[in-house]
Design a protein around this ligand. Structure first.
Ligand code: CP
Length: 320
């Protein structure tokens, strides 16, 4: 595997899940395949789970790990070609990327949407430069449009907890005070469409996800109706994807707290499990009561980030 960005990059999902459960049973089974290999993790944005789980996964495989926080200690990077660099940016990404590639075997990159230009974000301008110029396999640790390590972990979690063969999984928008990217819901939609689940999306009007990710998934604008009979509720905020009105891209259009997932919502589900990628703002996205309930699986979901990262790194090492 040279790139991990989309669900198609992982191949057959059943095979990937079997590999995940094999690793979960014994996460040190492949503890020598990464010997003398270096994994470089580059963060343009903050992280708790991705940073720790991916380091742990690489160490489980015997890899060396280098972590670079671009905005803390590295030179400020220019990302646009053709710019006269007379400002505060000392280095261009076009030199920095191949240099970083010299010091490692595999690169993971986190670089969120900037919301300055929808086309740049949706063309994955930053991550594509890493793919093009690093000369190394690149995995996405949340980019402008996708968060595949999260979605793979979500799928592993659903597979572990499902009580029927084809569970109903609902992705629900929920309110948040700040404009958040669409990477998590985009990827979640992409992965759920590829999985054997009955997938429904619910959000207020104006929050329609890009069709390249959501396809022809059923969208239910009545949140309570969407929740009826659900086996899994996956809550997440996202800002306007700008599908119907490009001028609204990245804007907060709605802060309606009636969309906060509470006991009233969960009561119409099939005793659904509650999921969220974390970090989560309590009593905005979900009430204390729901996230602390016995059916909240946000912690095992986060724990599976180590497993999803380990499957991806193992495959990348095997293809070096
Ligand atoms: N879910 C997730 O990616 O968490 P972090 O932003 O803390 O890495």
């Amino acid at each position: 595997m040279r790139v991990f960005q989309n669900v198609s990059d992982i191949g057959d999902l059943r095979t990937a899940l079997d590999e995940a459960f094999e690793i979960k049973k014994d996460r040190y089974k492949y503890s020598t395949i990464g010997k003398n290999k270096t994994c470089l993790l580059i963060f343009f944005n903050n992280s708790l789970r991705t940073r720790l789980s991916t380091q742990k996964a690489a160490m489980n495989l015997g890899m060396n790990v280098i972590v670079l926080d671009v905005n803390q200690g590295a030179w400020k990077l220019e990302t646009e070609r053709g710019v006269i660099m007379d400002g505060d940016k000392s280095e261009h990404l076009l030199e920095a990327i191949p240099v970083m590639g010299c010091y490692c075997d595999i690169i993971g990159v986190r670089s969120f949407a900037t919301f300055q230009n929808r086309a740049d974000d949706y063309e994955e301008k930053i991550l594509n430069q890493f793919i093009q110029y690093s000369g190394k396999p690149v995995f996405f640790m949340e980019s402008a449009t996708v968060h595949p390590l999260q979605s793979f972990a979500d799928l592993i979690t659903i597979e572990e907890y499902k009580r029927n063969k084809r569970p109903k999984v609902v992705l629900s928008w929920a309110p948040h005070p700040k404009a958040l990217p669409q990477a998590v819901p985009n990827s979640f939609a992409q992965w759920m469409r590829a999985a054997d689940v009955d997938f429904v999306v619910t959000h207020p009007e104006g929050y329609e996800l890009d069709p390249q990710f959501v396809g022809d998934t059923k969208v239910e604008y009545d949140q309570m109706r969407a929740f009826e009979g659900a086996d899994f509720i996956y809550a997440k905020n996202w800002s306007c994807p700008g599908v119907t009105r490009p001028a609204d891209y990245g804007r907060v259009l709605n802060t309606d707290r009636s969309w906060t997932v509470d006991d009233r919502h969960m009561a119409v589900t099939n005793n659904a499990f509650f999921m969220h990628c974390l970090p989560v703002r309590r009593n905005m996205i979900v009430t204390d009561s729901v996230i602390e309930s016995p059916t909240s699986i946000v912690i095992p979901e986060a724990a599976n980030r180590e497993i999803s990262a380990q499957v991806v790194l193992k495959r990348m090492i095997q293809s070096l």
